[in-house]
Structure formats: C-alpha cells, structure tokens
Design a protein around this ligand. Structure first.
Ligand SMILES: *[C@@H]1O[C@H](CO)[C@@H](O)[C@H](O)[C@H]1NC(C)=O
Ligand SMILES: *[C@@H]1O[C@H](CO)[C@@H](O)[C@H](O)[C@H]1NC(C)=O
Ligand SMILES: *[C@@H]1O[C@H](CO)[C@@H](O)[C@H](O)[C@H]1NC(C)=O
Ligand SMILES: *[C@@H]1O[C@H](CO)[C@@H](O)[C@H](O)[C@H]1NC(C)=O
Length: 693
C-alpha cells in the first residue's frame, strides 16, 4: 500500500507540478562564473569579474569515484550533486552532474526536477527505474519501468516524476547522472505532498488521493520522518534553498519540450528541427533505454589520437529528442588524447572514472585580443566544465596507464568539430590560399617545412575515421538542422539597455534605469560606410563589430552587426562564433566563402563553398568553422554581416590553437595535427594577430 502510494501520488501532479519550463539562460559570453558573494539577486547568479576567473572555477575535486555513505539515509541512498552552487563555472551553462549511491534495497524516492531532463548510466550493480507521464489525453498517468544493468543508459524526461530502486538484497549500486540545468532542483513527492510546511489541508489531500482523512493524517504523521528522509537521503536538499531565490530561467540551446516527451521518429519522412515525434501510443520504455555498455573499456588501439568516444545522443537513444542532453564515455590510451575540438551546440561536464587527464579550453578573443588557455590536471573522481562552443581537449599524460571519463553535453545532438580534421581534412579541401594566410606560413613552407600539415590531408581523414565514434554518431547533423534556438535570453521587457558602469556582473549586462534611457542608447555613428584600414593586418582584413559593448541598446536582444573589409587577396581566416549564426551580404567586390560541417556519418567534415558577388547573401550556421577570402589580385571587397547574439564571440582557429596564452602543450598539438613537435613550436612562436576591432 505504502509503495503503491507513490504512484497514486502522481495524480497530484496536475495540482502541484511544475511542468517543464524551458531550461537555463544561454550564455552571453564565454563564461559567467558565479559570484556567490554578491548581494545582487538575478536569474541564476551574478558573474565574477573575468580578470579574477581561474581554471579552478571550472574544476572540483568532487571524489565522484568514491562510494558515499548510504547508512544514514532511511531511503538507503546518497545523491552527490555537482551543480552551480558547488561548481561556480556552471553558471549560465545549463548542465550539472551527480553520483548516486544505493544501499541494497535502497532507493532514490519518487521526485521531479522542475528544470532538467536527467540521463543516467549504471556504474555498479542493477537498478529498477521508472517514470510516470503527466495526465495524457486519456487522463491516464502511464508508468514506464526498466531494470538496468551496469553500463546501461536511461532518460528521465524533464519535469516527470521518477525513481530508482536497487533490487538487490546484498549488493550496493552506483549511478552517474547528468541533468540539463545548472540548478535542476528536486521535488521529492512524498515530502512535498505530505511533509510541506504548513501541511496541505487533509480535506484537499483526502479528495486528491481519494482516501479518507484518517489515511491522510496517518501519511502526514510520517511526514516528520519524510523530512528526515529528505535531509538525510540526499545532498539535493541542501542545495535547493536557492531555488526559491534564483527564479526559473528561460532559454536553452535545444528546443524546449512542449509535452512530456517527443521520442524521435527516425523513420518519418518529415524533417523538422530535431526529429518529429513518435505517436505517444507507440512509445515504450525501451525508447528511453540503451544497453550502451558504458561500463566497458573501449578499444583505443585503432585510433591515431589514442582515444575512443562513445556518444549516446538522440541518434542512438530516441527518447532524448527535445530534451537537451546527451552523454558519452571517453577512453584514452596511455599518451592518448581527445584532440582540440568544439561542440557547436553544447557545454560539456566531465568526470574522470579511471586514470588522470590533462585538460584545457581556450577563450574566444577577449577585449585585449587574447585567447586565454585554462588547463588543469584531473584525477579520478574530479569534475571539469568546458563552456559552450569553446575549443577544448583532453590528454592522458601517463606513459603506461589508460584513462576514462564520463561526460554529459547540454544538447541532444551536440556536434563535434575536431579542429585539425575540419581545417586540414575537409572534403573538398579548403583552398591553400586561405590556409597559408590563416596559419601565417607561406604555401611553400606549408608544403616543405610543415609538409604534413597540408600534403597529408588524407591522413586527417584517417584520423577522423579512426579517432572517435563521434564521427559515426553525428550522422544526422546535416539532416536534423541545427537546433540552436536563439542563443540569447528572451527580453522580459521592451528593452534593457546595458548599464556598463554598474559594478554588478550578470549574464550579459544589468539594465540602465528605463527613465535614463534615450534614443542615443540605440544609436551609433559607426561609420560603417567608410573603408577600414586593411594594411596593418597580416590576414588582409579588418572586422568592425558593433556588439553590446559598443551599442548598449543591444543588451538582451540577441543580435549584432559587423562591417568587414578585405584587401586584395585578403581573408577573414577560419573562425567560429560560439554563440551565433551569421548572415552576410557583399557590398563591394567578390568573396569566396565557406564553412565546414561538424563530423558527418561517413566521418567526413564537408566543406561548402561559394563565390559571392555584390548583393549576394550567405549564411554561416552557429558554431561552425567558416571563412571569407577575397580572390581578387587588385580590388578590395566589403561585406556587412549580422550575428544572432549581442556578443557572438570569435574564435580564430589558428590563433586559439597556436597563439593561446599560455601555449597549449606541444604534446597535445603534435598529435592533434600529426606533425612533429618542432613544427608546432615553430607555429607557436609566430605572432598571432587579431583582425577584429
Ligand atoms: C553521503 O555520503 C557522504 C560521504 O560518505 C557523507 O559524508 C554524507 O553524510 C552522506 N549523506 C547522507 C545524507 O547520508
Ligand atoms: C512532528 O514532530 C513533532 C515533534 O517531534 C511533533 O510535535 C509534531 O506533531 C509532528 N508532526 C506530525 C505531523 O506528526
Ligand atoms: C571503439 O571501441 C569499440 C569497442 O571496443 C570498437 O568496436 C570501435 O571500433 C572503437 N572505435 C574506434 C574508432 O577505435
Ligand atoms: C581597422 O581600421 C581602422 C580604421 O581605418 C583602424 O584604426 C584599425 O587600426 C584597423 N584595425 C586593424 C586590426 O587593422
């Protein structure tokens, strides 16, 4: 009776829950590390001054490899959640991670996460898991259950009541879960319903649960123990006080769910953002389940990079569709690496399960024109965050021991752009004219001194095929158009003109008092009609970007604009915008432009190129590597571009990879680019200029 009560309780969902709001705000800068000491209250947490940010803001010695004590909990479980309150670097990045320990017969009792979908993999033992739909058209709350073994993966859709139970009489169980919010929240149903303060009237509950009041009073009398359960069973509860303070958020990169779930119908001929939904009548628990073998070491010997990425995204697990999350296991051979790459649509959170990893990421061009490198050596159980769209890598420094990590990504289809492959191994190849200038070497040097860089393009295809399952898995990226909804937050008022003098740091900028706003906040005498000087730039271009830093009225509005001048034979070298799609029109001259897809089904990075004439328009999708080149020997060219973020960021590949401050280890780069360390050292010694104003 008591156990089945949990399921009766779901009737109550209609009254109390908390249905799927959209998730977290999208980042408006590379990162916005939470400033937990600020007295300012905003949606999420205010940002630390970027000057004070260090790699440890993205790192936690979380001991996720260690069994936690389950003996003090009545429920027989212990949830160790790494959310923004514990790991400040997660702020604005829409993801968190947890380890859950279950005693024999222990459970994580029925609960919901108001702001997150959860994806879970079993590390030890078995789990009997389930979730209950909200009221369907037929007024039924359907229960989906499954028994999971080691290495299996399961999805709990956003906002739905779910539980996990360890059926074993004698063996503990352990799971790693990732949640698609920096602060997913947890509402334990028994506690929320029968243990609220003050109690919900027994009149209400008697009717809601269709039992007599005596039964309700009895249940409420258990509430004191429920509260104990609450306090005892889970760290969640220490963390949720802030839920009330930080109100719910509004935008995420993936589409927000508009129903309990929308299981991908991969056989449908209809093409939409993501996948069309299977008929809910045909949905079964196996749509949320995959016997993924994530407990098993994968083969790293066939990969030149010495790694093997097993990604569980929507193409493998149809239940992930519209839910904004995916998971991967990564195996690293001794001295193996996951080479420098970006995910155009996701932030990544990683926990080391075996060995050690040397990891890092590089910021987009900062105000001072610098690409800053943040690195850290991680041990077993440590947790690290790679912010959305930024170039990052992992390297196993050990000469003899393999390493392994479990990661989660804040998209159902994060995409992966391996820099070396996309730049030097695209199909067809990017013109040598473009690459020689972008990498600031002459063509001959590329062919002789640094021959492998361009001559062995073929090699990169092999690396591509060999180095990572990503490439097999991102199959449908081209078909399922990129998901990215607007990256910027939706405005909550007519305008929120950036107050750049405010000492308060938030995601984006705080608003000026509306009384002080005048028309000049929306205006800039930008001289975008005037040719800019391209002679000082090695690349032969000059980008004049009008973003929120220059035009305060853009704050929260999700757009910016640029003029780009190209000298004869000048180029805007291969780069990405971590937070924006770009649309461009040619005002003068001709441009040869292109972008490279993230890895496709066949392991290929496809290059799309076009020669544009005056008046032509071209789109560069969010997060993808792209370039423009003026093929004329004697005429300059000019373009106007608009970008779908108030602060799109720009990661110039050559600069971020070879010119970061401090340099990326030549061990990492030599393997990633398949050249010797001398070539890498030579490249790193070049002056990497920034053509952006
Ligand atoms: C969870 O485990 C940790 C480490 O063993 C322990 O310190 C903590 O008290 C446990 N929490 C609960 C609620 O049992
Ligand atoms: C909870 O416990 C306190 C004291 O331990 C008691 O006064 C109170 O009546 C209890 N609440 C319920 C609902 O039984
Ligand atoms: C990854 O490991 C799996 C299982 O060991 C193996 O079948 C697959 O070929 C490996 N992939 C690569 C790219 O090495
Ligand atoms: C771009 O042009 C402006 C105006 O001509 C000039 O002041 C600036 O130095 C140029 N920037 C670069 C990076 O060449």
């Amino acid at each position: 009776m008591a156990a089945s009560n949990f399921f009766l309780l779901t009737a109550f969902i209609a009254l109390v829950a908390t249905q799927a709001m959209a998730s977290d705000p999208s980042p408006l800068q590379d990162f916005c590390v939470a400033d937990k000491h600020s007295p300012v209250r905003v949606n999420g947490l205010p940002c630390k001054d970027a000057k004070d940010v260090s790699v440890d803001d993205f790192f936690l010695a979380a001991n996720l490899d260690k069994p936690m004590d389950t003996t003090k909990s009545k429920a027989g479980s212990n949830v160790t959640l790494i959310n923004v309150m514990k790991l400040a670097g997660l702020n604005t990045l829409s993801i968190s991670m947890a380890r859950i320990d279950y005693a024999p017969k222990g459970q994580n009792p029925p609960h919901t996460h108001p702001r997150a979908t959860e994806i879970l993999t079993v590390l030890e033992g078995s789990l009997y898991v389930g979730f209950v739909t909200s009221n369907q058209a037929n007024r039924e709350n359907k229960l989906f259950t499954k028994t999971l073994n080691k290495g299996d993966v399961f999805v709990f859709p956003q906002g739905l009541i779910h539980f996990q139970f360890n059926p074993s009489y004698d063996k503990p169980a352990v799971a790693i879960a990732a949640l698609s919010s920096q602060n997913p929240g947890a509402i334990t149903i028994a506690n929320a319903v029968f243990g609220s303060h003050p109690p919900i009237s027994d009149d209400v509950l008697a009717k809601a649960f269709q039992v007599d009041k005596k039964a309700i009073d009895w249940l409420q009398a258990q509430s004191n123990s429920s509260i104990n359960l609450n306090m005892a069973s889970s760290n969640f509860f220490l963390l949720i006080p802030l839920i009330a303070l930080v109100t719910t958020q509004a935008m995420a990169s993936d589409p927000s769910p508009l129903q309990d779930f929308c299981v991908a119908d991969k056989n449908s001929p209809v093409r939409v953002n993501g996948f069309p939904c299977k008929d809910a009548k045909d949905v079964s628990v196996d749509d949320f389940f995959l016997a993924a073998n994530l407990d098993k070491p994968m083969d790293t010997t066939k990969s030149k990079a010495g790694s093997n990425v097993t990604l569980i995204n929507v193409m493998k697990l149809a239940g992930l569709n519209t839910l904004g999350i995916s998971m991967a296991r990564i195996d690293y051979a001794p001295k193996g690496q996951n080479p420098p790459h970006t995910h155009p649509r996701a932030t990544e959170i990683l926990s080391v399960i075996e060995g050690s990893l040397y990891v890092g990421f590089v910021t987009s061009n900062q105000a001072n024109g610098e690409n800053k490198l943040f690195t850290k050596t991680l041990n077993k159980g440590d947790v690290f965050v790679f912010p959305e769209g930024l170039i990052h890598f992992q390297f196993n420094p050990s000469y003899d021991k393999p390493a392994a990590a479990i990661v989660a990504l804040s998209s159902q289809n994060p995409g992966a752009i391996t820099i070396a492959n996309a730049v030097f191994g695209s199909n067809p190849p990017i013109s040598d004219d473009v690459l020689a200038k972008a990498f600031q070497v002459d063509k001959k040097a590329l062919y002789k001194k640094h021959r492998p860089l361009l001559v062995h393009k073929q090699k990169f295809h092999q690396l591509n095929m060999a180095s990572s399952n990503f490439f097999l898995l991102t199959a449908l990226i081209a078909l399922v158009a990129t998901q990215a909804m607007a990256s910027d937050p939706s405005p909550l008022q007519d305008f929120c003109v950036a107050d750049r003098n405010s000492p308060v740091r938030v995601n984006g900028f705080p608003c000026k008092d509306a009384k002080d706003v005048n028309v000049d906040d929306f205006f800039l005498a930008a001289n975008l009609d005037k040719p800019m000087d391209t002679t000082k730039s090695k690349a032969g271009s000059n980008v004049t970007l009008i973003n929120v830093m220059k035009l305060a009225g853009l704050n929260t509005l999700g757009i910016s604009m640029a003029r780009i001048d190209y000298a004869p034979k000048g180029q805007n070298p291969p780069h990405t915008h971590p937070r924006a799609t770009e649309i461009l029109t040619v005002l003068e001259g001709t441009l040869y432009v292109g972008f490279v897809t993230s890895n496709q089904a066949n392991g290929e990075n496809k290059l799309f190129t076009k020669t544009l004439n005056k008046g032509d328009v071209f789109v560069f999708p969010q997060g993808l590597i792209h370039f423009q080149f003026n093929p004329s020997y004697d005429k300059p060219a000019v373009a106007i571009a608009a970008l779908s973020s108030q602060n799109p960021g720009a990661i110039t590949i050559a600069n971020a990879v070879f010119g970061s401050n401090s340099p990326i280890s030549d061990d990492v780069l030599a393997k990633a680019f398949q050249v010797d360390k001398k070539a890498v050292d030579w490249l790193q010694a070049q002056f990497w200029e920034n053509n952006h104003n």
